[in-house]
Write a protein that binds this ligand. Sequence first.
Ligand SMILES: [Zn+2]
Ligand SMILES: [Zn+2]
Length: 344
Amino acid sequence: MVCKSTDEDMFGPEIPEAPEIPRDVPAKRPEIKVSKRKYEIVWFNVATFTYAHLAALYGLYLGLTAAKWETIIFSVILYSMAMIGVTAGAHRLWSHKAFKAKLPLQIILMLFNSVAFQYTAYHWVREHRLHHKYSDTDADPINAHRGFFYAHVGWLLVRKHPDVKKAGPTIDMSDLDANPVVKFQKDYAIPFCGTICFLLPTLIPVYCWGESLNVAWHVAVFRYIANLNVMFLVNSAAHLWGYRPYDHTMLPAENLSVALASFGEGFHNYHHTFPWDYKAAEFGNNRLNFTTAFIDFFAKIGWAYDLKSVSDEMIEARKKRTGGGPNFPWMEHGEKITEHAKDR
Ligand SMILES: [Zn+2]
Ligand SMILES: [Zn+2]
């Protein structure tokens, strides 16, 4: 069943009224404004990220030249699990409550999310709710006004901006404080996620099909860093480049390359305009939005329910009010998943 939300402010930024602009002309990106700040570098994080990226490059080389085919297939499966654990789990389910999940699906998503090890889902959600509430301001941990590198990874290499520290405690986390699945992952963060993300993915290839320890470890690090960077692109590339058909006053944009790489998280102008939509996109088109296909599958077997979406009327009204030019030409004629969802 699909619940059409009418609460425009839920978990989304408040967007000021904007004058209507012609729909056939792509809107210019809003002006990049940045206030001066002193960066306090966290050298431990710089060292960890530097090592991990160098090891990942070596892992890519080993993956291409020395790894057994079983290791490659295993890594692709783990990569997909990690991606879904972030997109369907930490993002659409836990950050935005865009659908509800029964216990078995919550456990699956928590395990998948642990493969991604972007610290824990709990921490991820807190940062993400801040990101939406104060989008592209200094209280947004990932303020894209500070440029591609800062929004991509730089924000993790420096101490938090004072505005982020001030805004952090204002985020309501009571739903996840009461969620035993998320709480378990939070309580055992390093040993549990470390085992699921690195230890088992290294030991399984060694013991099950005789992969060398050196190859297994470095390929696991490559898979981890690849997943991390694709998710980072949602914060960097999809906040800087693309169409803004729903709201031209914000930085987030519809970015097809990011959408493809991130299993459907690159329709970011739509997502920041209507953050509670479980599709994180106006159109279904599951070839481009594997996360939506995943949630739809579990909705079919009843483990996902109360999928929230947005009415066509609300989308059209918003486009008229703040829309900034066209979408991808073929997206204008895209398949609306809501049409199918209505039948369930
Ligand atoms: Zn964003
Ligand atoms: Zn979001």
